[in-house]
Structure formats: C-alpha cells, structure tokens
Design a protein around this ligand. Structure first.
Ligand SMILES: Cc1ncc(CN)c(N)n1
Length: 229
C-alpha cells in the first residue's frame, strides 16, 4: 500500500497524490455548506457577518505567520525567488485588512469589540506552532499553500457558472476567487512541491499532517460562522 502510494506520488506529484488520498477532507473544506449557501444565494447575512469579523481577526494573526514563512524562506530555501512570492503575498495583506475594515463598516459590523471564537483561537494557535523555530520551511510552506488554496478553491467556485451569489457579496468572492490569486496559489504549490521532492520521509509525513490539520481547521472555521447565525 505504502509502496503503491510512493509510486503514485512520483508520477503525479506528491501534493496531487495527497489531494487524491484525502479527497473527502479537501472537498469538505472547499465545498462547505457555508460556501455553498453563498453560491445558491440562501446565505444568512448574520452568518456572513460572523465570518467577516472572525476572518478579520484571523488575517491579523496571519500577517506574523506569513512573516515567519518569509524568514524561513530566507534562511532555508534553496531558491531565492521563493522570497519574492511570499513577500508579494504578505504585501497584499495590507490591502486585505483595509478591505475587511471597509466591508465591516458597510455591514455595520463593529470590529473593535469582536472577540475570537474557539475555532479561530485554535486556528491561530496552530499558526503560532508553525511559527516556532522547530517547524521547518517545507512543512510551513505546505501549510501556507493549503490555507490559501482552500479560500481560492472555495471562492472561485462562487464565480463559476450557475452561481447565484448575491451581487453584494461579489467583491468578497472576487477577492480570493480571482485569477491572480489563483496564480499566486500555484506559485506556492510549486515551491511546496519542489521542497517536498527533496525532503526527508519525516518532513514529508509532517507536511501531510499539516495539510490535514489545515483542512480540519478550515472546516471548523466555516462551521463557526454558521453555528452563530
Ligand atoms: C480562515 C481563513 N483561511 C484562509 C484565508 C486566506 N488567507 C483566510 N483569510 N481565512
């Protein structure tokens, strides 16, 4: 079984093999009922507002995480261009934070007194673990790609044919569903794949586990938005 998996990983690429192996978990994260409710237009705006406020907090915590990936790329990467990809992603977070503030004011969501909910706290704790010096670049770049890819795949689906996403949420869908963000995710995937090809079995195992943890935490994050509607 293990040997067959290894042969498949060589043929189609390690991340693609993982996505096939963990298809159910991946689909669960990118086709969550919260996302599907935007697509079919039945979204409860209270759920959307919960998501908006919680994701604003998440993105603020995401900035130092991305900074830590940048530092690890600088110290550990075998390719100087990794840093440029990560730096571009980091720079775009400034605009993202401004967008959250604008969107929150549009929907009358007070961001100043919003407290992180448990799923958010758990996710940010995981980010902090990845930021530690004991977690290596290969594992963090894999997790970083997975975090971005879940949003990209989720929101791109809301722009595809047949979507009845409310027009007032179009900007939200475009933020992560646009082609440029898709290309950025592809660049992160390329880095992760390159690193995984050279990684030890231990690092490969840890990276696969990090991917699975991201998928679980993303599902919990979407769940939180719905539960508190
Ligand atoms: C929970 C979550 N996951 C991913 C992303 C995309 N950076 C986000 N904004 N929030």
């Amino acid at each position: 079984m293990e040997e067959r998996m290894k042969a498949e990983e060589k043929k189609i690429g390690i991340v693609e093999a993982w996505l096939r192996k963990h298809r159910l978990q991946f689909t669960g994260a990118i086709r969550h009922p919260f996302v599907l409710s935007i697509r079919d237009g039945s979204i409860d705006m209270a759920s959307f507002k919960t998501w908006l406020a919680q994701d604003y907090l998440f993105v603020r915590a995401f900035v130092p995480f991305v900074a830590s990936v940048l530092i690890k790329a600088w110290k550990e990467s075998d390719d100087g261009s990794d840093m440029e990809v990560i730096l571009k992603g980091m720079a775009s977070l400034e605009d993202e934070i401004s967008w959250f503030k604008r969107e929150a004011s549009k929907w009358d969501v007070p961001l100043s007194d919003v407290a992180p909910q448990q799923a958010n706290i758990n996710y940010c704790r995981f980010l902090e673990k990845l930021m530690g010096p004991e977690t290596q670049y290969t594992e963090v770049i894999t997790a970083f790609w997975a975090i971005e890819a879940v949003y990209q795949e989720s929101f791109a689906h809301l722009l595809e044919e047949g979507s009845k996403a409310p027009p007032e949420l179009k900007e939200t869908c475009e933020r992560w569903g646009n082609e440029g963000f898709g290309q950025y995710c592809q660049s992160l995937l390329k880095i992760a794949t390159r690193r995984l090809q050279k990684a030890s079995d231990h690092q490969i195992k840890r990276s696969e586990l990090a991917l699975l943890t991201v998928l679980e935490l993303e599902v919990e994050f979407w769940n939180m938005s719905r539960v508190n509607a």
